[in-house]
Every structure is written in structure tokens, then in C-alpha cells.
Design a protein around this ligand. Structure first.
Ligand code: FAD
Ligand code: NAI
Length: 512
């Protein structure tokens, strides 16, 4: 019996070594591949110009899967990196450093077979008549040319969306949004500014209470995840470092609807609300913010008896997370296409993601209305679908050209009639398959959200059914799922290091 145990242990060790060895080998190989890209094929003026706007989930999924040898691809975006948004709330407290979830677009494009041009610029106007995009370099450093035009044969619009404020007075001037890296950095600085100001010598009691009150408006996934991260930060770090003011710290989450996370199942909504309350986050439901001033939020609460009550809530930090609205460039494009007259939430697209009423323009992600929620999952699947569609279109054109050559006897060796007929037949068979592209259909993998104190909720699709789970195990699942989805090995390694670093040494509370 001891011999059997020893043998089992030996095999367990061997398997563990093999697994770790395999993992290490794979990581080393991907790092080597990343650092040693192959030479790229230069742009060919005889090919069509495909212009891609944006470097977000939709556009990057397209670029990742597109055979760039088939087109002259030009990418235009004011952001020269891809941002892994699911981990952005963790950057607001320094749990994860912001560069860990950014992937430079130049690095992504350098690995394509056919070279791709990238311009760091904002597309300001799309002229569908002239097939031209006007672009402007709005960065700090400018050369003699800061505006230009780019002609396209095919255009993919993936510019995402802006933060909605519903025109509520004072929101833009006084609150922080949570969409881009700059937003997360701004929030991180502001949290520490509020804390340090509250801890200032002889600070007034009223000001300490206000400064230590962090208000989040919007109980969607962004608001809930941020509120959870914020509470963790105080529990795990601020409390230890500045104990004298920590009892005054409060997080309030304001939501206009009767519950938070409206897109999750009823059981998970209940679990989330209970967990947030246990974490001492004050949830104010059926409360609609109407006005924001420099130091207060003014809201209206709907009481069960139908009456309304006005609340004035002082705050130190206000984070506004009430969803999306369309960007000016999309509004402008909609006004130029008569068939889009009724589009309010974005560009209406058909089942092949073609912008309705436009020629040679496709749209992906948050700026497109295809009947799905504005999520990374949808944007990424749409981008992948378009890449497949464009790869097929290029193949179709090249096959058709070859068939035409063979039929007219061009570039064909004389006396090979049987072989020519065979080749034509084979090409036509392939063409039939290629042309049979099914319309885009979104496959929902599920929704997940972090809710604080190392707990998460997940509504996951499994064999045509749905599994709803919440808690610490779901948190581990949430972490591993998002880790596996990170863009590159570099991102994954950096995120793991950040998690370990924060666990061992705490979050860095210095204010840059
Ligand atoms: P984006 O990813 O926003 O990219 C838009 C791109 O267009 C950017 O590169 C931008 O710089 C560029 N751009 C903007 N204006 C112009 C212009 N005028 N010209 C050229 N380029 C322009 N979804 C999930 O499914 N799961 C999650 O866990 C999740 N977590 C999230 C967490 C947070 C904090 C946030 C804010 C969102 C989260 N989302 C999540 C939603 C998801 O991030 C979006 O649905 C997704 O980013 C949409 O992809 P997109 O390509 O349409 O736009
Ligand atoms: P959202 O649109 O999902 O939620 C915004 C919330 O704000 C709504 O519940 C709305 O009722 C509330 N609201 C609006 N105006 C208000 C007011 N004046 N006062 C109080 N409350 C008000 O927006 P969010 O969370 O930014 O998400 C945007 C998209 O990104 C969604 O599609 C979401 O699914 C996705 N996302 C997904 C995540 C995940 O899967 N973990 C994380 C973050 C975002």
C-alpha cells in the first residue's frame, strides 16, 4: 500500500511538472512570436481600400481575423491602443495598473501578414456620396497638416458610443465617467484627493462627511462593479492607512429603476443587492438624479404610495454611469442617409451589418443597432463576422477573375482543355460554398459582473440552458474567464502580477 501511494504521488508530481512545463513553454513561445513578427506584404494600389474607424472591441476583432493581404487597410482612431474594458473598474482603485489592460494597436497590426496603415486621428465626417472620411489630428502635438481626407472603397464604422447624461444639468461639468483609461486615472486621483483633503488638519466635520461620500449614479454593470471595487479599496487599504477618517467613508449607488443590474436574472439581482448592502453600500432605488452641482446631487425618489420626495446628497466624488449615447460623427452620418431618418440609438444595420441606405459601409459594436445589447461580446462577434465576410468577398473576386481568365483563354497553357475545365469546375464548386455566407447571429455566452468583497455574479449559457451563480467561486470563475479573454500574453502576465502585487503589498495610494 505505501508503494502504491508513493507511485501515485510520483505520477501526480510528474503531471504537475508537465502541466507547468507546458504552460511555461507556451508562454515563452507566444512571447518569442510577439517579439519576432514576420516581414509584411506592402500595400498594393490595385486592391480595394478598406478603412476601419476605431480601435475598440468591434474593430480590433475585425482586424485580428481579417486577411489583410486582400485589401489596403487603413485604421483611423484617436486611441492608439485596444482597451480591455471589463477590467477598467479595477484600474480606478489601482488594483490593476492601467497599462496592463492596454494593447498598442501598432503591436497588433505589426503581426498581420499584409501591412496596415494606422493614423492616430479622429474621423470627423463621413461623406457617403464622395466615399471620403475627413480626419483630424486632435492630439496635443501637431504638424503642419492636422486635417485630411481619406478615400475608401469599403468602410467599417466601429467608433463606439459616448457617455449619456440625458441633458441633466451639471453632469458633464462635475462628474467623472468610466469609459476610457483617462476616466479611470481621473477617478483614482480624485478618490485620493478626497481622502487626503478629508484628512487635512482641522478639516470641518461637514466637509469630512461630504468628501468621504462617494456617489455612483447608474445601477447597471458599470456602476455596480465600480461601487464594489471602491468599497474593497476602503476596506482593504484606506482603512489601514488612514484609520482616523475611515468610519466616515460611504458609498451610495443611485438607480432610477426598482432594481440594479436589470439585464441579470431575478435571483442574481436579489443576491447582488443583498451583497452590496452587506458591504455597507447604500443603494437608493427608484431614485432619479435630476441635477448635479459642484458638491451635491439632487434626486427625486418615488415612494411606494406614489408620492415623490426630493433629496439633496452632498458628495466628494461623483461617478456617472448611466449608459451610452451616440457620438456626433454617427449623428452626422445618420443625417446624411435618408433611410436612417428614424435611427435614434445608432446606425441601423441589416443582418450582414451593412448600414441601411448606404453603399459599402458596415457598422459594428456600440455605434450599430443590430438588435443586441451594447456589449464587448456583441462587438467582438460582429467584428469577427465582418472579417469572415470580407475574406470571403476577396476570395470570391479572385476566383471569379480566375474563372474569367480560364474561360477566355488568358494565362492558360494551350492544349490543356480538360485540365482547364476541371479547374473551372473546382473553382465554381468552391465559389458556391464561399458565397453561402449566413447572416450574422449573435451567440450569447452569458453575463458576469464583479460585486465587491471577492464575489461575482454570472448568468452563463450552458447547453441551451442558463446557469445563474453568485459568490466567491463565481469570483474565481470571473477572474479566470476575463484573464483568458485578455488580448495578449503580455496583458495576462501583467494582470496576474498586478493582482498578486495588490494582494501582497496593498494598492498603491500615492496620487500621481
Ligand atoms: P469601443 O470599444 O468603445 O471602441 C471605440 C473606438 O472608436 C475607440 O478606439 C475610440 O477611440 C474610437 N473612436 C471614437 N471616436 C472616434 C472617431 N470619431 N473616429 C475614429 N475612431 C473613434 N462588455 C462586456 O461584454 N463585458 C464586460 O465585462 C464589459 N465591461 C465593461 C466595463 C466598462 C467599465 C465599460 C465602460 C464597458 C464594459 N463593457 C463590457 C461594454 C464594452 O466595453 C462595449 O460594449 C465595447 O467596448 C463596445 O465596443 P466598440 O468597438 O463598439 O467600441
Ligand atoms: P446601463 O445602461 O447598463 O445602466 C445604466 C443605468 O443607469 C440604468 O439602470 C438606468 O436606469 C440608470 N439611470 C439612467 N439615468 C439615471 C438617472 N438620472 N438617475 C439614476 N439612474 C439612472 O449602463 P452601463 O452600466 O454603463 O453599461 C453599458 C453597457 O455596457 C451595457 O450594455 C452593459 O451590459 C455593458 N457592460 C457590461 C459589463 C459586464 O458585463 N460586466 C460591465 C459594464 C458594462
Amino acid at each position: 500500500r505505501p508503494g502504491k501511494i508513493r507511485r501515485t504521488l510520483r505520477w501526480t508530481w510528474r503531471l504537475t511538472y508537465l502541466t507547468f512545463g507546458g504552460l511555461l513553454g507556451y508562454t515563452a513561445w507566444t512571447i518569442y512570436e510577439d517579439r519576432h513578427p514576420q516581414d509584411q506584404v506592402k500595400p498594393d494600389p490595385s486592391k480595394k481600400t478598406l478603412v476601419v474607424l476605431g480601435t475598440g472591441w468591434g474593430s480590433v476583432a475585425l482586424l485580428k481575423n481579417l486577411d489583410t493581404e486582400n485589401y489596403n487597410v487603413i485604421v483611423v482612431s484617436p486611441r492608439n491602443f485596444f482597451l480591455f474594458t471589463p477590467l477598467l473598474p479595477s484600474c480606478t482603485t489601482g488594483l490593476i495598473e492601467h497599462r496592463s489592460i492596454m494593447e498598442p494597436i501598432r503591436a497588433i497590426l505589426r503581426h498581420k501578414k499584409g501591412s496596415v496603415q494606422y493614423y492616430e486621428a479622429e474621423a470627423t465626417t463621413i461623406d457617403p456620396e464622395r466615399k471620403v472620411v475627413k480626419v483630424a489630428d486632435n492630439s496635443e502635438v501637431k504638424g503642419s497638416i492636422a486635417e485630411n481626407e481619406i478615400h475608401y472603397d469599403m468602410l467599417v464604422v466601429g467608433v463606439g458610443a459616448e457617455n449619456s447624461t440625458f441633458g441633466i444639468p451639471g453632469v458633464r461639468e462635475n462628474s467623472c465617467f468610466l469609459k476610457e483609461i483617462d476616466d479611470a486615472q481621473r477617478i483614482r486621483k480624485k478618490i485620493m484627493d478626497c481622502v487626503e483633503t478629508a484628512a487635512f488638519k482641522d478639516q470641518s466635520q461637514e466637509d469630512i462627511d461630504r468628501l468621504m461620500h462617494m456617489v455612483v449614479v447608474g445601477g447597471g454593470p458599470t456602476g455596480v462593479e465600480f461601487a464594489g471595487e471602491l468599497q474593497d479599496f476602503f476596506e482593504e487599504d484606506i482603512k489601514k492607512l488612514i484609520p482616523e477618517i475611515s468610519p466616515r467613508f460611504r458609498v451610495t449607488l443611485i438607480e432610477a429603476l426598482p432594481n440594479v443590474l436589470p439585464s441579470f436574472s431575478k435571483q442574481l439581482i436579489e443576491y447582488t443587492e443583498n451583497t452590496l448592502r452587506e458591504e455597507k453600500i447604500d443603494i437608493k432605488l427608484k431614485t432619479m438624479v435630476k441635477r448635479v452641482t459642484e458638491n451635491t446631487v439632487e434626486a427625486e425618489v418615488s415612494r411606494p404610495d406614489g408620492t415623490k420626495e426630493r433629496l439633496v446628497i452632498p458628495y466628494g466624488l461623483l461617478v456617472w454611469a448611466t449608459g451610452n449615447t451616440i457620438r456626433p460623427i454617427i449623428k452626422d452620418l445618420i443625417s446624411r442617409i435618408p433611410a436612417q431618418a428614424n435611427s435614434r440609438r445608432g446606425l441601423a444595420v441589416n443582418e450582414y451589418l451593412v448600414v441601411q441606405g448606404a453603399r459599402d459601409i458596415w457598422a459594428v459594436g456600440d455605434c450599430a443597432v443590430a438588435g443586441y445589447a451594447p456589449t464587448a461580446q456583441v462587438a467582438s462577434q460582429e467584428g469577427t463576422f465582418l472579417a469572415r465576410l470580407f475574406n470571403n468577398m476577396a476570395k470570391t473576386e479572385s476566383h471569379e477573375a480566375r474563372i474569367s481568365e480560364l474561360s477566355t483563354g488568358l494565362n492558360v497553357q494551350p492544349g490543356n482543355a480538360a485540365e482547364t475545365a476541371q479547374e473551372i469546375e473546382s473553382l465554381e464548386r468552391q465559389l458556391k460554398k464561399i458565397r453561402d455566407v449566413k447572416p450574422f447571429r449573435y451567440s450569447h455566452q452569458g453575463s458576469m459582473a464583479y460585486i465587491g468583497s471577492e464575489k461575482a455574479v454570472a448568468d452563463v449559457t450552458w447547453w441551451n440552458g442558463n446557469i445563474a451563480s453568485g459568490g466567491s467561486l463565481t469570483f474565481l470563475f470571473w477572474r479566470s474567464a476575463y484573464l483568458s479573454m485578455c488580448f495578449s500574453t503580455r496583458n495576462r502576465v501583467l494582470v496576474i502580477v498586478d493582482w498578486l502585487k495588490s494582494k501582497a503589498f496593498g494598492r498603491d495610494v500615492s496620487r500621481e
